[in-house]
Design a protein around this ligand. Structure first.
Ligand code: HEM
Length: 383
């Protein structure tokens, strides 16, 4: 469903007015459910009677992550596992992504942002903010964390884009990435380095390690890059600069809520038995997809939900990072990258503005992760 190009930040009009659990017709005519309120979403995501296993979900559900729905996920793909299998992988990784660990990265993220701003300033306006800034920052950072050479970014960014694209060749792109990461894992086995992939060599067999690395690499840059570029677009359209509230993250939380870049299909779950969700009976075997754009505009949780208000106290109640056991592993990293990335950009480039009319900004209408394909910006050079 398309967002209105005149207001690229609002949920598609066709989603408005749906009940908390709406009947959803998947592309092949099969009926499942769409959860549209925060209460329904939290109920689904926190209930062990709902499974994340891909082979149980309806094949027409699209995913942001490797492989297609309707068949078992590759070994190690913990995004599509249930506890206790899922728990084992989370335990291996959680310590690597804590807020404390992420804070140690702060100087490095600031440096990466500053270097890219230097390059933009040296080249002079205009620039495409996606390729010059929003995509490189999370890509460099996730590469350094995992131990993937950033020099190969053209290769893995192109494959990642195909994985989340509407009609992308998911299988081909996944196979390319698996081949590339398989080679990398083999090299690290003979010469381990000080990085996350090397740290997991003793914990996981190669096949699983490749899948985990792929999940982290793809999820670790595509999402944040889209959020950063779309966030800048939204702030510029609202005539605002980046502001930090008392806890330093208000604008970021509100942008995460208001923009809801993860679209229909992810997250989604399959009912393992008959369950009642928000008063609606869901039958065993039925798939429930979540509409994060609607859930994050739920008037029962957010006053004036359609207003972008960086000062709103309840912004943190958004579900942009999911909820329950599968809640985003990289959320502290994403928050940090967004905060530091926005702060550096608005601080460094005075008079930052769009270089073309807003209506000409190309939107990723049907991608599983929403955003802008490019964002031409300009700024004043007198400083
Ligand atoms: C899971 C969103 C950044 C890694 C998720 C989920 C959402 C999400 C909604 C839950 C999926 C579900 O319940 O089925 C986002 C957004 C991001 C972001 C909006 C940026 C703004 C990142 C980053 C990483 C990452 C930077 C890098 C490490 C993951 C992983 C999972 C996940 C590994 C699967 C967790 C599990 O199944 O236990 N993300 N994410 N994400 N995210 Fe993120």
């Amino acid at each position: 469903m398309d967002r209105d190009p005149r207001c690229p930040f609002d949920p598609p009009a066709g989603l408005r007015g749906l009940p908390p659990m709406a009947r959803l017709e998947f592309s092949d005519g099969h009926l499942g459910w769409l959860a549209t309120t925060s209460e329904a979403a939290r109920a689904v995501l926190s209930d062990p009677r709902f499974s994340a296993r891909r082979e149980l979900k309806h094949p027409a559900v699209r995913f942001t992550t490797p492989g297609a729905a309707g068949r078992p996920a590759p070994a190690g793909f913990f995004g599509a596992m249930d506890p206790p299998e899922h728990t084992r992988y989370r335990r291996l990784l959680t310590g690597q992504f804590t807020l404390r660990r992420m804070r140690l990265l702060e100087p490095r993220i600031e440096r990466v942002a500053a270097d890219h701003l230097d390059a933009m300033a040296a080249a002079g306006p205009p620039a495409d903010l996606v390729s010059a800034y929003a995509l490189p920052i999370p890509s460099v950072v996730i590469c350094e964390l995992l131990g993937v050479p950033y020099a190969d970014h053209d290769f893995f960014q192109e494959r990642s884009l195909r994985i989340v694209a509407p009609d992308g060749d998911v299988d081909g792109a996944t196979a390319d990435l698996a081949g590339y990461l398989g080679e990398l894992v083999r090299r690290k086995r003979s010469a381990p380095e000080d990085d996350l992939i090397s740290g997991l060599l003793g914990e996981l067999p190669d096949e699983e390690l490749v899948t985990v690395a792929m999940l982290l690499l793809v999820a670790g840059h595509e999402t944040t890059a889209n959020m950063l570029a779309l966030g800048v677009f939204a702030l510029l359209e609202a005539g605002r600069a980046y502001e930090e509230g008392p806890n330093g993250t208000d604008t970021v939380e509100e942008l995460l809520r208001w923009l809801s870049i993860v679209h229909l299909g992810a997250p989604s779950r399959a009912a393992l038995e008959d369950v009642v969700v928000a008063g609606t009976p869901v039958g065993k075997g039925e798939t429930v997809a979540l509409s994060l754009p609607m859930i994050n505009r739920d008037p029962a949780v957010f006053g004036d939900p359609d207003v972008l208000d960086p000062g709103r106290a309840e912004a943190r109640r958004h579900l942009s990072f999911g909820h329950g056991v599968h809640q985003c592993l990289g959320q502290q990293l994403a928050r940090l990258e967004l905060r530091l990335g926005l702060r550096a950009l608005f601080g460094r480039l005075p008079g930052l503005r769009l270089a073309v009319p807003a209506a000409e900004i190309p939107l990723k209408q049907h991608a599983a992760v929403y955003g802008v394909a490019s964002l031409p910006v300009t700024w004043s050079q007198d400083r």
